[in-house]
Design a protein around this ligand. Structure first.
Ligand SMILES: [Zn+2]
Ligand SMILES: [Zn+2]
Length: 278
């Protein structure tokens, strides 16, 4: 399974998940042109896109939805609440597929499990996606980590988790109070500290890759997010987790989930061998 973060953050979100010839886009918050360019950059012909799955109706997740669906002639999978909320903006969609939190569905090689998230919109979900070999969980735009989110990140080889803001930068920053309050609320966005707390709990989880996602331009610093994640990984007693930070606009290099997991395992085994003989 390969994962390419084409864009992440309040200026647009789109994550391409590929395996065995199936190419699935999680959110289409950037233009069809940028989706096509991003796919070409990672060596995939954009005409091969199979479907778009949508987390929720905020514009940074659906800005390019209509054009992407029409240009590539692909179905759009979303909850009925999300479909209703985007219908007018997205325009005609070639194929509208209704999904429900907790009910798994298939797209080509993938089984996709939507799970409920806590966010200020109609019917938001995150996604756990498996090709039968590896599993990725995408959880961004959430005020708190609920039970379902926790379960799905604890089962994933690759965890894409929101590290939205540094609490102090947000509190001291220039946003109006009402907006600060919204971001900090249970239906807002996950802080570095809250996300790190979840990671620290993943002692025995399969996670070998952690992608820090949906970082705020205004209220976060990639170095702070990375430091929080690294500290949490150490707290979990893990030495086998690779951390990536999603840049807001330029795509993150493609992550090969299985290869990365194998590499990590080898490194650990070599490390153990060295310490035993030394
Ligand atoms: Zn968002
Ligand atoms: Zn949102």
């Amino acid at each position: 399974m390969r994962i390419s973060i084409l864009a992440s953050g309040s200026s647009g979100n789109a994550i391409l998940v590929s395996a065995g010839g199936t190419h699935l886009l999680v959110d289409a918050g950037i233009s069809a042109r940028r989706v096509a360019a991003g796919m070409r950059d990672v060596g995939i012909d954009p005409v091969l896109l199979d479907a778009v799955v949508v987390t929720h109706e905020h514009s940074d997740h659906v800005n390019g939805l209509g054009p992407v669906a029409r240009r590539f002639g692909v179905p759009v999978y979303a909850t009925s609440g999300t479909h209703a909320a985007v219908a007018r903006r997205a325009g005609s969609i070639p194929e509208t597929m209704f999904i429900e939190a907790g009910r798994e569905f298939r797209v080509g090689e993938f089984s996709v499990h939507p799970f409920a998230t806590s966010h200020d919109c109609v019917e938001p979900v995150g996604f756990s996606i498996s090709d039968g070999v590896s599993r990725v969980a995408v959880a961004t735009d959430l005020g708190v980590v609920g039970k379902a989110v926790r379960r799905h990140i604890s089962e994933a080889d690759c965890v894409v988790l929101e590290f939205n803001h540094d609490e102090r930068m947000l509190a001291e920053g220039s946003y109006p109070w009402a907006l600060k309050k919204r971001i900090m609320s249970n239906v807002g966005h996950l802080s570095n500290a809250a996300a790190a707390e979840e990671i620290a709990g993943l002692r025995d989880a399969p996670m070998s890759i952690l992608v820090l996602a949906h970082l705020s331009d205004e209220n976060n610093d990639p170095e702070l997010a990375l430091a929080a994640a690294r500290e949490a990984i150490a707290r979990a007693g893990r030495r086998d987790v690779t951390v990536h930070v999603s840049p807001q606009r330029s795509p993150l290099e493609t992550i090969d989930v299985l290869a990365s997991a194998r590499r990590q395992k080898e490194t650990i085994e070599e490390g153990v061998a060295t310490s035993c003989t030394g």
